[in-house]
Structures are given as C-alpha cells and as structure tokens.
Design a protein around this ligand. Structure first.
Ligand SMILES: [Zn+2]
Length: 78
C-alpha cells in the first residue's frame, strides 16, 4: 500500500519578487470592490474573486502599492 503525503501545501507566486512559496506564508490581496486604487488585503484568505499574493516581508508587501499589473486583471470583476 502506498503512503500518501498527508498534507499537500499549495504553492503560490509572489507577484513582486516571483518567489514560489507555500500559500500560508504569503499575504493574499483581492481586487478592490469600490474601484479604489489599491488592492485589499485579505487577511483570512477567504475573499472571493481573484487573489494576488505577496511575501509577508515588508520589502514585498509595501511594493504592492506600486504594482499595477493587477489593474487590468481586476477589470470586469466586481
Ligand atoms: Zn516576494
């Protein structure tokens, strides 16, 4: 009988530094609902819609304000 790995941790890519990390180590952000210019942090990781992930390090988390790649990806999502 084959032993199955008990926990599969999903990997996500930080949109700032492109590092692949286990999802729990990343911060999730979702598209803003009010057409504001900033992604909304999704602290519980349960927000609906498209998610963007960054490292929890300040270096990456702070740069998300300058990251604009999400704008067209969020279009049409409300
Ligand atoms: Zn990063």
């Amino acid at each position: 009988m084959q032993i199955v790995m008990s926990k599969h941790v999903p990997m996500r890519t930080c949109i700032i530094c492109r590092a692949k990390k286990p999802k729990p180590l990343l911060l999730r952000h979702t598209c803003p609902h009010d057409h504001s210019r900033h992604l909304e942090p999704d602290l519980q990781g349960i927000g609906l819609g498209r998610g963007f992930y960054t490292c929890r390090d300040k270096a990456c988390a702070e740069k998300i304000d300058r990251f604009r790649g999400w704008i067209h990806k969020c279009k049409g999502v409300s």
